[in-house]
Design a protein around this ligand. Structure first.
Ligand SMILES: NC(=O)c1ccc[n+]([C@@H]2O[C@H](COP(=O)([O-])OP(=O)(O)OC[C@H]3O[C@@H](n4cnc5c(N)ncnc54)[C@H](O)[C@@H]3O)[C@@H](O)[C@H]2O)c1
Length: 325
C-alpha cells in the first residue's frame, strides 16, 4: 500500500460496506471490535491520521483533534446526532464534520412506532403474563390501554424523524398531531401537524414524543415541570437522546402517576445499569438504543460515513456535512 494514500482510523467494527469504499484509496486502520475503543488507544491511533471514522460513543473534543495533528481533515460520525463532537474545536482546527442524516430516518420512525404500540397496548405486561402464568382467562377489563385511534400525538422536534413518524401515525387513526419546535416546519401541513407552543402540546397530547436534537437548550428539558404539564394518562416516548430527559424526574412521574407510561430507546448512561429504578416499573419500556438497527440502515450509515470522508479528503463536496458556521 502506498504511503501517499490518506490514512483513516475507524473506531469500531462497522458494516463492511463502508470500510470497503475507503480501502482502495486510503490506508485504513481499525479498532475491529464490538466494544468502544479505549480513550488512550484512540488518542494514540488517531495520531497522524487524515480522517477519523467514529461513532456516537467517542467524545471528539480538542484533546482528540490535538492528538491527531494538523493534517486531520475530517471527522465522519456514523450517526445523525453529533452532540458527542465539539464543533467549536473542529472549527478551530479546520476539521470538517460529516454525519448520516436521512438514511436512518425510516428505521428510527419505525422503532418509535414500535415503542408507541408497546407502551399504549401494554405489551411488556402482556408478555410477562404469558411467561409467568398469570394469563388466566380472557377478561374484558384486563390489560386495556389507550391505543392510538382518536388520540392526540405531540411531537417535540418535527425534523426528519418527527415528520416521518407523523406520516406513520396517520393510518392508525390519530385525531390530531401537534408539534413544537424551534422553527415551524414548512411541510407540516402535508402530514396534518399543527404548530403549537410546548405548553399547549403538553396539555393536550395523549402521547408526547421527543424527537429533537440534544443541544444545550434541550439538555434535561423533559423534567418534573414538563411532566406535570402533561395529562396524567400521557405516554412519553424518547427516541432522541437520553440527555434530553431528567431521568430521576421521569421515574418519579411514572411512579407517582403524574404520567401514564414511558418508552425509551435512549437513556443516561448507556447501557442503563440493571439496578436502575426505571427497570422496576411495569409502565416503563426501555430498549438498548436500537432505533436505527436494521441491516439495511446500518450499512447505509457506514457507507455514507465513508463517502463523507472520501469527499473531504478529495476536496469535493461532502454528501452530508454538518454546518459549522
Ligand atoms: N435512537 C436512535 O438510535 C437515534 C437515531 C437517529 C437519531 N436520533 C436522534 O434523533 C435526533 C433527530 O434526528 P433528525 O434526523 O430528525 O434531526 P433533524 O435535525 O432533522 O430534527 C431535529 C429537530 O429538532 C428540532 N429542535 C432543535 N432544538 C429544539 C428545541 N429546543 N425544541 C424543540 N425542537 C428543537 C430542530 O429544529 C429539528 O426540527 C438526532 O439529533 C439524534 O440525536 C436517535
Amino acid at each position: 500500500m502506498s504511503s501517499s494514500k490518506p490514512s483513516v482510523y475507524i473506531t469500531r467494527r462497522v458494516p463492511e460496506s463502508g470500510p470497503a469504499l475507503l480501502a482502495p484509496s486510503c490506508q485504513v486502520e481499525q479498532w475491529n471490535k464490538d466494544d468502544p475503543v479505549p480513550r488512550e488507544e484512540l488518542l494514540k491511533r488517531v495520531q497522524g491520521k487524515d480522517a477519523l471514522f467514529c461513532l456516537l460513543t467517542e467524545k471528539i473534543d480538542e484533546e482528540v483533534l490535538k492528538a491527531a495533528g494538523p493534517q486531520l481533515k475530517v471527522v465522519g460520525t456514523m450517526s445523525v446526532g453529533y452532540d458527542h463532537i465539539d464543533l467549536t474545536a473542529c472549527k478551530k482546527y479546520n476539521v470538517k464534520v460529516g454525519f448520516t442524516p436521512g438514511v436512518l430516518t425510516n428505521a428510527v420512525a419505525e422503532l418509535t412506532m414500535a415503542l408507541l404500540l408497546t407502551t399504549s397496548r401494554r405489551l411488556k405486561e402482556a408478555m410477562a403474563a404469558v411467561a409467568n402464568g398469570t394469563w388466566g382467562t380472557w377478561k374484558p377489563m384486563w390489560l386495556c390501554g389507550p391505543g392510538l385511534d382518536g388520540a392526540t400525538v405531540g411531537i417535540v422536534g418535527l425534523g426528519r424523524i418527527g415528520f416521518t413518524i407523523a406520516q406513520c401515525l396517520r393510518p392508525f387513526g390519530v385525531a390530531k398531531i401537534l408539534y413544537s419546535d424551534k422553527f415551524e416546519n414548512p411541510h407540516a401541513s402535508e402530514v396534518g401537524a399543527t404548530y403549537v407552543s410546548k405548553d399547549e402540546l403538553l396539555a393536550n397530547s395523549d402521547f408526547v414524543l421527543a424527537t429533537c436534537a440534544l443541544t444545550e437548550e434541550t439538555k434535561g428539558m423533559f423534567n418534573k415541570d414538563l411532566f406535570k404539564k402533561m395529562k396524567k394518562s400521557a405516554i412519553f416516548i424518547n427516541t432522541s437522546r437520553g440527555g434530553v430527559v431528567n431521568q430521576e424526574d421521569l421515574y418519579e412521574a411514572l411512579k407517582s402517576g403524574e404520567i401514564g407510561a414511558a418508552g425509551l430507546d435512549v437513556t443516561t448512561p448507556e447501557p442503563l445499569p440493571t439496578d436502575s429504578p426505571l427497570l422496576t416499573l411495569d409502565n416503563c419500556v426501555v430498549l438498548p438504543h436500537i432505533a436505527s438497527a436494521t441491516d439495511k440502515t446500518r450499512s447505509a450509515m457506514s457507507e455514507l460515513t465513508a463517502k463523507n470522508i472520501l469527499a473531504a479528503l478529495n476536496g469535493t463536496e461532502m454528501p452530508t456535512e454538518v454546518k459549522n458556521d
